[in-house]
Design a protein around this ligand. Structure first.
Ligand code: KIV
Ligand code: NA
Length: 270
């Protein structure tokens, strides 16, 4: 079974790879490619469930996807992203919600969008045996405060705040840290300062690893952020397959003889 120890051991030796996945077939593809960690991101809200933000994602909702991904992943570490308000409000609820991802859904770790309010809960979960991935910089669950998705840590004071929070979360026991949409030199500084691996998204080349939303990476998304890169054109491929299917049915080319079951002897029916 993959463990957070493997991930920590890889840091500084080789780049760590991480992608999101929300369903079993995608998780199987990602796992077969040898990706180190699969994040069942709350990005499922906008990426797969048609919401505008991650805010509406529920614990039951993410649990459903964590189960699907865990059943398909063999080698990758599965990290369950904890949804908005499922942690950091009440300690008991936070632990039960996170614990459920390991106990019932097969994840090996959780990710919490971090801030001053998650230091204690990170320590508590770690002590209980729930490995925590911290997440600083742009934390999309704050979209209603940001009024969008602006880059974070762009002035000295803000950068220092993020660096200090990173240190506090490492001290609290986080096994790694996602840095989202921050200046590369800040990400480099944090990576240099911390012992635990940093995983960047829109955070430049100097983190210990990288993460992308899988739909963005394979070119399935209609839109993807500028810091993302499309390594394929799955959307075009799917659209063309669906077009071909529609044409084939309309033209009565499908199903052909070879797609049809042998006729049964239904004599008695008449
Ligand atoms: O939900 C998500 O996909 C994430 C990653 C982009 C880090 O949090
Ligand atoms: Na997320």
């Amino acid at each position: 079974m993959p463990t957070v120890r493997d991930v920590k051991a890889k840091a500084g030796e080789e780049p760590i790879t991480m992608l999101t996945a929300y369903d079993a077939p995608t998780a199987a593809i990602v796992d077969d490619a040898g990706v180190d960690m699969i994040l069942v991101g709350d990005s499922v809200g906008n990426v797969a469930l048609g919401h505008e933000t991650t805010v509406p994602v529920t614990v039951d909702g993410i649990a459903h996807h964590v189960g699907a991904v865990s059943r398909a992943a063999e080698d990758a570490l599965v990290v369950a992203d904890m949804p908005f308000l499922s942690f950091g409000v009440d300690e008991k609820d936070s632990i039960e919600n996170a614990g459920r991802m390991l106990k019932e859904e097969g994840a090996q770790a959780v990710k919490l969008e971090s801030g001053p309010h998650t230091v204690d809960i990170t320590e508590q979960m770690t002590q209980l045996g729930i490995p925590v991935m911290a997440h600083l910089g742009l934390t999309p669950q704050h979209v209603n405060q940001y009024g969008g998705y602006p880059r974070q840590g762009t002035d000295r004071e803000a950068a220092e705040r993020i660096l200090n929070l990173a240190i506090e979360h490492e001290e609290a026991g986080a096994f790694s840290l996602v840095l989202e949409h921050v200046p590369s030199n800040l990400a480099a500084e944090i990576t240099e300062t911390l012992d635990i691996p940093t995983i960047g998204i829109g955070a430049g080349p100097d983190c210990d690893g990288q993460v992308l939303v899988v739909n963005d990476a394979v070119g399935l998304s209609e839109w993807s952020p500028s810091f993302s890169k499309q390594f394929g054109a799955v959307r075009e491929e799917m659209a063309s397959a669906v077009d071909d299917y529609v044409s084939a049915v309309e033209s009565e080319e499908f199903p052909a003889e070879e797609h049809s079951h042998e006729e049964a002897d239904l004599e008695d029916l008449y």
